[in-house]
Design a protein around this ligand. Structure first.
Ligand SMILES: Nc1ncnc2c1ncn2[C@@H]1O[C@H](COP(=O)(O)OP(=O)(O)O)[C@@H](O)[C@H]1O
Ligand SMILES: N[C@@H](CCC(=O)OP(=O)(O)O)C(=O)O
Length: 256
């Protein structure tokens, strides 16, 4: 298998249980899958959401808060829990993990650090620095952050993992008849217009922010997958073109 540079983005919805709390079981499965992708020789960078969700309980919030300061405070509590959980699970695979908390205005400064970490076989784990990100200058969700990082590091592939198995013509939670796109060559304006920003209870941006991110990544020459999966081989399967989701792009790095 040819070595590729792969950015994997994991949304809050794929890291939490039914009550919206951080699920160590789910996080463990993601780390197992990331480890397998690395074992196949690929360079892997992780963009992980989940700080706000992970911090809600410690802050005494019963559900995801609405105000910026409440979300920022929950993220401050949750980011350290998230980072510790990744470090613990990575250690089981003898993987050293690094944490990078980026902001929209300064994210490009991380380029050299990410390159050095990859050179030393360290797994970069990136999130937005929620606690200091000003409302008018925030990514808000990590979809666009993952697309911009993919461009910055000249990634070959961006895999966006979420709680739904691809892009549908309409939100399948409200319209069960909606049809799924298996493969898209590009993201037309009509698709962005038709895609909803309705998200899960823990996520932000819904499918709209993911298709917008996919369009940005495509413009950088990065092939994109949006979908879900289970088990330690799910990322390798996505790479092989056997993922449960939507493949986007004209290149054939992933054997779609
Ligand atoms: N056209 C669509 N196709 C698929 N999912 C959609 C669509 N429109 C809205 N959604 C919603 O997007 C949600 C995923 O977005 P989000 O909650 O932000 O996830 P994440 O936390 O992984 O970023 C799904 O649970 C689904 O309900
Ligand atoms: N940076 C935030 C991400 C916010 C968010 O909900 O993102 P996502 O789940 O990717 O839609 C966090 O870690 O909670």
């Amino acid at each position: 298998m040819e070595k590729k540079r792969i950015v994997v983005k994991i949304g809050s919805s794929s890291l939490t249980d039914d009550e919206g709390k951080l699920s160590i079981e789910k996080l463990r499965e993601h780390v197992d899958a990331l480890a397998s992708l690395r074992t196949h020789g690929h360079e892997v960078i992780l963009i992980s959401s989940g700080a706000v969700a992970a911090g809600c309980m410690g802050m005494g919030y019963l559900s995801r808060p609405d105000t910026v300061v409440d979300k920022q405070s929950a993220a401050a509590v949750g980011q350290s829990l998230l980072s510790q959980a990744y470090a613990d699970e990575c250690k089981k695979h003898r993987i050293v993990a690094a944490q990078l908390l980026l902001t929209k205005d300064l994210y490009k400064n991380a380029n050299a650090t990410i390159s050095k970490l990859l050179e030393r076989n360290v797994l970069p784990i990136i999130n937005e620095n929620d606690s200091v990100s000003a409302e008018e200058l925030t990514f808000g969700d990590n979809d666009m952050l993952s697309a911009l990082v993919s461009g910055l590091v000249h990634a070959d592939i961006l895999m966006i993992l979420t709680d739904i198995n691809g892009i549908y013509q309409d939100n399948p939670r409200t319209n069960p008849q909606a049809q799924k796109y298996l493969h898209l060559h590009e993201i037309p304006d009509e698709l962005i217009d038709a895609t909803s920003s309705d998200s899960s209870t823990v996520g932000t941006g819904g499918m709209k922010s993911k298709v917008e991110a996919a369009r940005t990544a495509l413009a950088f020459g990065v092939q994109v997958f949006i979908g879900s999966g289970t088990g330690s081989e799910k990322l390798v399967d996505i790479f092989k073109g056997k993922g449960d989701g939507t493949y986007i792009g004209v290149k054939t790095t992933m054997s779609v």
